[in-house]
Design a protein around this ligand. Structure first.
Ligand SMILES: *Cc1c(COP(=O)(O)O)cnc(C)c1O
Length: 240
Protein backbone atom coordinates (compact mmCIF):
# COMPACT_ATOMS: atom_id res chain seq x y z
CA UNK A 1 0.00 0.00 0.00
CA UNK A 2 2.70 2.42 1.06
CA UNK A 3 4.68 1.63 -2.06
CA UNK A 4 1.74 2.41 -4.31
CA UNK A 5 1.24 5.79 -2.69
CA UNK A 6 4.93 6.55 -2.86
CA UNK A 7 5.11 5.76 -6.55
CA UNK A 8 2.02 7.81 -7.39
CA UNK A 9 3.54 10.73 -5.53
CA UNK A 10 6.82 10.23 -7.31
CA UNK A 11 5.24 10.10 -10.80
CA UNK A 12 3.25 13.21 -10.03
CA UNK A 13 6.38 15.29 -9.49
CA UNK A 14 8.28 13.62 -12.30
CA UNK A 15 5.63 14.60 -14.83
CA UNK A 16 5.35 18.11 -13.55
CA UNK A 17 8.95 19.19 -13.26
CA UNK A 18 9.07 20.77 -16.76
CA UNK A 19 5.79 22.60 -15.99
CA UNK A 20 7.01 23.74 -12.58
CA UNK A 21 10.23 24.95 -14.13
CA UNK A 22 8.45 27.09 -16.69
CA UNK A 23 6.08 28.44 -14.02
CA UNK A 24 9.01 29.48 -11.86
CA UNK A 25 10.67 31.15 -14.86
CA UNK A 26 7.44 33.03 -15.52
CA UNK A 27 7.36 34.20 -11.90
CA UNK A 28 10.98 35.33 -12.12
CA UNK A 29 10.32 37.22 -15.37
CA UNK A 30 7.19 38.82 -13.95
CA UNK A 31 9.10 40.01 -10.86
CA UNK A 32 11.96 41.31 -13.02
CA UNK A 33 9.44 43.40 -14.96
CA UNK A 34 7.52 44.54 -11.90
CA UNK A 35 10.63 45.82 -10.13
CA UNK A 36 12.50 47.21 -13.10
CA UNK A 37 15.15 44.51 -13.22
CA UNK A 38 16.67 43.67 -16.62
CA UNK A 39 15.22 40.51 -18.18
CA UNK A 40 17.45 37.55 -17.41
CA UNK A 41 19.27 39.29 -14.55
CA UNK A 42 18.02 36.76 -11.97
CA UNK A 43 19.47 33.26 -12.21
CA UNK A 44 17.49 30.24 -11.06
CA UNK A 45 19.28 27.66 -8.90
CA UNK A 46 17.26 24.45 -8.63
CA UNK A 47 17.57 23.21 -5.04
CA UNK A 48 17.51 19.43 -5.39
CA UNK A 49 18.36 18.36 -1.82
CA UNK A 50 16.62 15.12 -0.75
CA UNK A 51 15.29 14.62 -4.29
CA UNK A 52 16.34 11.66 -6.45
CA UNK A 53 18.57 11.78 -9.51
CA UNK A 54 15.53 11.15 -11.73
CA UNK A 55 14.04 14.49 -10.67
CA UNK A 56 17.29 16.29 -11.41
CA UNK A 57 17.48 14.56 -14.79
CA UNK A 58 13.92 15.68 -15.60
CA UNK A 59 14.97 19.28 -14.88
CA UNK A 60 18.13 18.88 -16.98
CA UNK A 61 16.04 17.54 -19.88
CA UNK A 62 13.88 20.66 -19.56
CA UNK A 63 16.99 22.86 -19.88
CA UNK A 64 18.03 23.56 -16.26
CA UNK A 65 21.82 23.54 -15.73
CA UNK A 66 22.42 24.97 -12.24
CA UNK A 67 21.62 22.92 -9.15
CA UNK A 68 22.08 23.51 -5.43
CA UNK A 69 22.56 20.92 -2.68
CA UNK A 70 22.82 21.02 1.13
CA UNK A 71 24.20 17.66 2.22
CA UNK A 72 27.70 16.72 1.11
CA UNK A 73 27.43 12.94 1.01
CA UNK A 74 24.10 12.94 -0.79
CA UNK A 75 25.21 15.63 -3.24
CA UNK A 76 28.43 13.91 -4.24
CA UNK A 77 26.56 10.68 -4.92
CA UNK A 78 24.28 12.53 -7.31
CA UNK A 79 27.01 14.62 -8.94
CA UNK A 80 29.07 11.51 -9.66
CA UNK A 81 26.11 9.51 -10.91
CA UNK A 82 24.85 12.25 -13.25
CA UNK A 83 28.42 13.02 -14.36
CA UNK A 84 27.53 15.87 -16.70
CA UNK A 85 30.30 18.46 -17.16
CA UNK A 86 27.82 21.07 -18.43
CA UNK A 87 26.12 21.34 -15.05
CA UNK A 88 27.05 23.89 -12.39
CA UNK A 89 26.77 22.67 -8.79
CA UNK A 90 26.26 25.02 -5.85
CA UNK A 91 26.78 24.04 -2.22
CA UNK A 92 24.34 25.93 0.05
CA UNK A 93 24.35 23.94 3.32
CA UNK A 94 26.26 24.36 6.60
CA UNK A 95 29.92 23.34 6.20
CA UNK A 96 31.66 21.01 8.62
CA UNK A 97 35.40 21.23 8.54
CA UNK A 98 35.84 17.53 7.74
CA UNK A 99 33.63 17.87 4.64
CA UNK A 100 35.59 20.77 3.15
CA UNK A 101 37.74 18.58 0.93
CA UNK A 102 34.77 16.89 -0.74
CA UNK A 103 33.10 20.27 -1.30
CA UNK A 104 36.27 21.82 -2.72
CA UNK A 105 36.70 18.90 -5.13
CA UNK A 106 33.14 18.59 -6.46
CA UNK A 107 31.42 21.96 -6.48
CA UNK A 108 31.66 25.07 -8.68
CA UNK A 109 30.15 27.42 -6.10
CA UNK A 110 29.84 27.56 -2.31
CA UNK A 111 27.29 30.00 -0.85
CA UNK A 112 27.64 29.21 2.84
CA UNK A 113 31.08 30.38 3.98
CA UNK A 114 30.70 31.91 7.42
CA UNK A 115 34.10 31.68 9.08
CA UNK A 116 37.79 32.06 8.37
CA UNK A 117 38.66 28.47 9.17
CA UNK A 118 36.29 27.11 6.51
CA UNK A 119 37.43 29.65 3.91
CA UNK A 120 41.04 28.63 4.49
CA UNK A 121 40.29 24.92 4.27
CA UNK A 122 38.29 25.28 1.05
CA UNK A 123 41.14 27.32 -0.44
CA UNK A 124 43.83 24.85 0.65
CA UNK A 125 41.87 21.83 -0.55
CA UNK A 126 40.67 23.21 -3.90
CA UNK A 127 42.48 21.11 -6.53
CA UNK A 128 44.87 23.49 -8.35
CA UNK A 129 43.89 22.10 -11.77
CA UNK A 130 40.32 23.40 -11.25
CA UNK A 131 39.21 27.01 -11.66
CA UNK A 132 39.05 28.95 -8.38
CA UNK A 133 35.98 28.07 -6.33
CA UNK A 134 33.29 30.76 -6.57
CA UNK A 135 32.18 31.66 -3.06
CA UNK A 136 29.60 33.76 -1.30
CA UNK A 137 29.64 34.64 2.37
CA UNK A 138 26.48 33.72 4.25
CA UNK A 139 25.18 36.52 6.48
CA UNK A 140 22.82 35.87 9.37
CA UNK A 141 20.63 38.89 8.63
CA UNK A 142 17.87 38.03 11.10
CA UNK A 143 20.40 37.13 13.85
CA UNK A 144 18.70 33.83 14.58
CA UNK A 145 20.67 31.72 17.06
CA UNK A 146 20.01 28.50 15.16
CA UNK A 147 20.92 29.83 11.71
CA UNK A 148 24.31 29.61 10.05
CA UNK A 149 25.90 32.76 8.75
CA UNK A 150 28.21 35.43 10.03
CA UNK A 151 26.98 38.51 11.90
CA UNK A 152 27.25 41.78 10.03
CA UNK A 153 29.91 43.24 12.34
CA UNK A 154 32.29 40.41 11.44
CA UNK A 155 31.74 40.59 7.71
CA UNK A 156 34.50 42.99 6.69
CA UNK A 157 37.22 40.85 8.22
CA UNK A 158 36.02 37.70 6.48
CA UNK A 159 35.67 39.51 3.14
CA UNK A 160 39.24 40.78 3.38
CA UNK A 161 40.50 37.35 4.31
CA UNK A 162 38.67 35.52 1.49
CA UNK A 163 39.76 38.09 -1.02
CA UNK A 164 43.42 37.17 -0.49
CA UNK A 165 42.95 33.44 -1.09
CA UNK A 166 44.16 32.42 -4.57
CA UNK A 167 41.90 29.37 -4.99
CA UNK A 168 38.71 31.17 -3.99
CA UNK A 169 36.91 33.78 -6.05
CA UNK A 170 34.78 35.92 -3.78
CA UNK A 171 31.51 36.60 -5.63
CA UNK A 172 29.06 38.06 -3.12
CA UNK A 173 26.70 37.43 -0.23
CA UNK A 174 24.02 34.90 0.63
CA UNK A 175 21.26 34.92 3.23
CA UNK A 176 18.38 32.79 4.44
CA UNK A 177 16.34 35.23 6.55
CA UNK A 178 13.64 34.45 9.09
CA UNK A 179 10.57 33.22 7.16
CA UNK A 180 8.14 36.17 7.22
CA UNK A 181 4.78 35.94 5.43
CA UNK A 182 4.65 39.69 5.13
CA UNK A 183 6.09 41.00 1.84
CA UNK A 184 7.33 44.25 3.39
CA UNK A 185 9.21 42.43 6.13
CA UNK A 186 10.68 40.01 3.59
CA UNK A 187 11.94 42.99 1.60
CA UNK A 188 13.51 44.58 4.68
CA UNK A 189 15.76 41.56 5.30
CA UNK A 190 16.85 41.37 1.69
CA UNK A 191 17.47 45.09 1.54
CA UNK A 192 19.94 44.74 4.40
CA UNK A 193 21.93 42.18 2.44
CA UNK A 194 21.89 44.37 -0.64
CA UNK A 195 23.16 47.36 1.36
CA UNK A 196 26.03 45.24 2.70
CA UNK A 197 26.96 44.17 -0.83
CA UNK A 198 26.83 47.74 -2.10
CA UNK A 199 29.01 48.98 0.76
CA UNK A 200 31.69 46.40 -0.07
CA UNK A 201 31.39 46.37 -3.85
CA UNK A 202 33.50 49.43 -4.65
CA UNK A 203 36.80 47.72 -3.73
CA UNK A 204 35.90 44.35 -5.25
CA UNK A 205 35.02 44.21 -8.94
CA UNK A 206 33.76 40.57 -9.05
CA UNK A 207 31.71 40.98 -5.88
CA UNK A 208 28.32 41.19 -7.58
CA UNK A 209 26.23 38.20 -6.44
CA UNK A 210 23.22 38.44 -4.15
CA UNK A 211 22.09 34.88 -3.45
CA UNK A 212 18.70 35.34 -1.80
CA UNK A 213 15.08 34.23 -2.16
CA UNK A 214 13.45 30.80 -1.84
CA UNK A 215 10.04 29.49 -2.89
CA UNK A 216 8.07 31.62 -0.43
CA UNK A 217 9.97 34.93 -0.66
CA UNK A 218 11.43 34.99 -4.16
CA UNK A 219 9.44 38.03 -5.30
CA UNK A 220 10.68 40.17 -2.39
CA UNK A 221 14.25 39.04 -3.04
CA UNK A 222 14.03 40.01 -6.71
CA UNK A 223 12.54 43.37 -5.71
CA UNK A 224 15.68 43.97 -3.61
CA UNK A 225 18.21 42.94 -6.24
CA UNK A 226 18.70 39.15 -5.97
CA UNK A 227 20.94 37.87 -8.76
CA UNK A 228 20.39 34.22 -7.80
CA UNK A 229 17.25 32.70 -6.30
CA UNK A 230 17.41 29.24 -4.71
CA UNK A 231 14.18 27.39 -5.40
CA UNK A 232 13.37 23.85 -4.22
CA UNK A 233 9.75 23.30 -3.25
CA UNK A 234 8.19 25.14 -6.19
CA UNK A 235 10.17 22.94 -8.61
CA UNK A 236 10.36 19.52 -6.99
CA UNK A 237 7.46 19.56 -4.54
CA UNK A 238 7.58 19.47 -0.72
CA UNK A 239 10.37 17.58 1.05
CA UNK A 240 9.73 14.96 3.74
C1 LIG B 1 16.28 24.23 1.13
C2 LIG B 1 16.92 25.54 0.84
C3 LIG B 1 16.40 26.37 -0.17
C4 LIG B 1 15.15 26.05 -0.95
O1 LIG B 1 14.00 26.32 -0.22
P1 LIG B 1 12.52 26.11 -0.84
O2 LIG B 1 11.65 26.74 0.17
O3 LIG B 1 12.32 24.65 -0.97
O4 LIG B 1 12.48 26.81 -2.15
C5 LIG B 1 17.10 27.54 -0.42
N1 LIG B 1 18.19 27.91 0.27
C6 LIG B 1 18.71 27.13 1.25
C7 LIG B 1 19.93 27.58 1.98
C8 LIG B 1 18.08 25.93 1.57
O5 LIG B 1 18.59 25.18 2.57
Amino acid sequence: MLLIFLSIDYCYYMKNIPDSLSQVFQQINAAEQEFGRPTGSVKLLAVSKTKPVENIQAAIDAGQTEFAENYVQEAIGKITQINNPDLIWHFIGPIQSNKARAIAEHFNWVHSIDRIKIAKRLNDLRPPFLAPLNVCIQVNISREKTKSGINQEMLNELVEYCNKLPHLKLRGLMTLPAPYDNFKKQRQSFKQLRNLLVSLHSNLPDFDTLSMGTTHDMRAAIAEGATMVRIGTALFGPRD
